[in-house]
Design a protein around this ligand. Structure first.
Ligand SMILES: Cc1cc2nc3c(=O)[nH]c(=O)nc-3n(C[C@H](O)[C@H](O)[C@H](O)COP(=O)(O)OP(=O)(O)OC[C@H]3O[C@@H](n4cnc5c(N)ncnc54)[C@H](O)[C@@H]3O)c2cc1C
Length: 296
């Protein structure tokens, strides 16, 4: 039987208390959110924290609300809550698209949005999603809080800018007019990690694409994004040809690797095809052709 090594356990009663505990127990302390990633890693001895700081009681980190022109998602929001959130789906349909295909109900009921992001698995569905939406991550420590763009949050596989002593508290996404967004994923089976996935957001100004966001998961994209394809789309007409070209550029710039989920050339093919499809659905939603439907 796989069991974790001995570990101390502390239950935080507030964000301030969690930060004080992180300071007291030092760099070998780890935050415990849903535990769906951390506990398996501890069982396999891939992670051996000395102290777990449990934040599950912190209702102040569990919310989805719109304030100041932004959708704000507390770090302790469970996947299932994001999937159920009408306000999240109303502004960013992509969040429902992505949450629908993350794992299974058991993982979604307890796994958290913040835990997903902080785990920084290269196959994490929300990494590409937040990259496409150009979200910001709010990080709090003893010296106050700072905001980091989603594309600067990840420093490598399983690594983020969250320093010892700090806590991710909130994800913020600016709400702008004329927007539509969508997520497309190919996995080997229902509930599995992606072989490849693409996230897209489009903001229109009249007959032009004013701004575009493209996120890529599991295909070796720099910062989980396809910046060169976004550059091409900015100011372009919202035509099938533009979207197909963006897919090609996204595929050219990613660096997939062959592994048990599939060969690199297949993943590159997915990057192109899924980017184009996600852009098409995002555009349809932006123009009101398919404001709620996940199927076209
Ligand atoms: C069977 C299975 C299938 C899965 N399939 C998918 C899938 O298809 N797609 C997908 O994207 N994901 C998938 N996952 C991953 C799942 O989404 C994550 O395991 C889960 O969401 C992580 O959140 P958690 O709250 O459980 O984090 P935890 O396991 O508690 O924490 C993960 C890491 O983040 C740190 N952490 C957590 N919260 C914070 C915080 N607020 N501030 C700072 N650090 C923090 C912890 O210290 C730890 O290092 C799957 C997981 C399982 C078990």
């Amino acid at each position: 039987m796989q069991v974790p090594a001995y570990v101390e356990y502390e239950k935080a009663t507030s964000v301030a208390h969690a930060i004080a505990l992180l300071a007291r127990f030092g760099p070998e302390a780890r935050i415990l959110a849903g535990g769906h990633s951390l506990i398996p890693m501890m069982k396999l001895r891939l992670a051996q924290p000395e102290t777990l700081i449990d934040i599950n009681g912190l209702s102040e980190l569990n919310y989805i609300r719109v304030t100041g022109g932004q959708l704000r998602i507390g770090a302790l929001t469970r996947h299932a809550q994001l999937l159920d959130s009408a306000v999240a789906g109303e502004h960013f349909a992509i969040l429902h698209d992505a949450e629908k295909v993350i794992a299974d109900p058991i993982v979604r009921n307890w796994g958290t949005v913040g835990g997903s992001i902080c785990q920084a698995d290269p196959s994490e569905d929300l990494s590409g999603t937040f990259a496409a939406l150009k979200a910001s991550m709010v990080i709090q420590g003893q010296d106050g809080s700072r905001s980091v763009p989603a594309r600067e949050f990840f420093t490598g596989p399983y690594e983020t800018v969250v320093a010892p002593g700090e806590l991710l508290t909130e994800i913020q996404i600016a709400i702008r007019p004329g927007g539509g967004s969508a997520y497309e994923k190919v996995g080997r089976r229902v509930g599995d990690w992606p072989v490849g996935a693409a996230a897209a957001a489009i903001w229109l100004a009249g007959d032009t694409i004013a701004e575009a966001g493209i996120g890529l998961t599991a295909v070796g994209a720099r910062n989980f994004a396809a910046a060169e394809a976004e550059d091409m789309l900015r100011g372009a007409p919202p035509t099938d040809a533009s979207l197909a070209r963006a897919g090609e550029i996204a595929a050219e710039h990613c660096r997939p690797t062959s592994d048990q989920r599939g060969p690199a050339d297949y993943k590159r093919h997915l990057a192109r095809e899924l980017t184009t499809r996600a852009l098409r659905r995002a555009l349809n939603r932006a123009t009101g052709l398919n404001p709620i439907g996940p199927d076209t």
